[in-house]
Write a protein of this length. Structure first.
Ligand code: 5GP
Ligand code: ZN
Length: 120
């Protein structure tokens, strides 16, 4: 179960509800994908569940297959963006120390340039 279907003050719940505009690239039954407002790579898309889970850990614990679905969506987005073959990164920042700033689960799909490892 999600923590809430929608949290009133959550930015990504508002995007999922169409109350805040976003450049949407894919719509699934349970997920939505849109371009990051501050892209860090030529392809930088965020994939969110429509329902509110604060972190990847919360969605994983719910056991509803959402993270699998996000991984599949990420690959579709990478293919459409022409970066699937060369490679892309799927990132779930989880918690403030990891740089999570929006506490509604989102996978970042990053590609189209050389990505360094380890990340900063
Ligand atoms: P986090 O740091 O939580 O992993 O990632 C949050 C991401 O959301 C950041 O990359 C940031 O640029 C993006 N973001 C923040 N506000 C908005 C917004 O209003 N619209 C879109 N499309 N992206 C946003
Ligand atoms: Zn939310």
């Amino acid at each position: 179960m999600p923590v809430a279907v929608s949290e009133p003050d959550c930015l990504f719940c508002k995007i999922a509800a169409g109350k805040v505009p976003a450049d949407i690239v894919r719509e699934g039954e349970r997920t939505l994908a849109f371009r990051d407002i501050n892209p860090q790579a030529p392809v930088h898309v965020l994939i969110i569940p429509r329902d509110h889970y604060p972190t990847a850990a919360a969605a994983g614990a719910a056991g509803e297959g959402l993270l699998d679905e996000i991984a599949r969506e990420a690959h579709e987005i990478a293919e459409a963006g022409g970066v699937a073959e060369g490679g892309y990164r799927l990132v779930f920042n989880t918690g403030a120390d990891a740089g999570q700033t929006v506490f509604h689960l989102h996978g970042h799909v990053l590609g189209g340039r050389g990505l360094e490892w380890p990340p900063g």
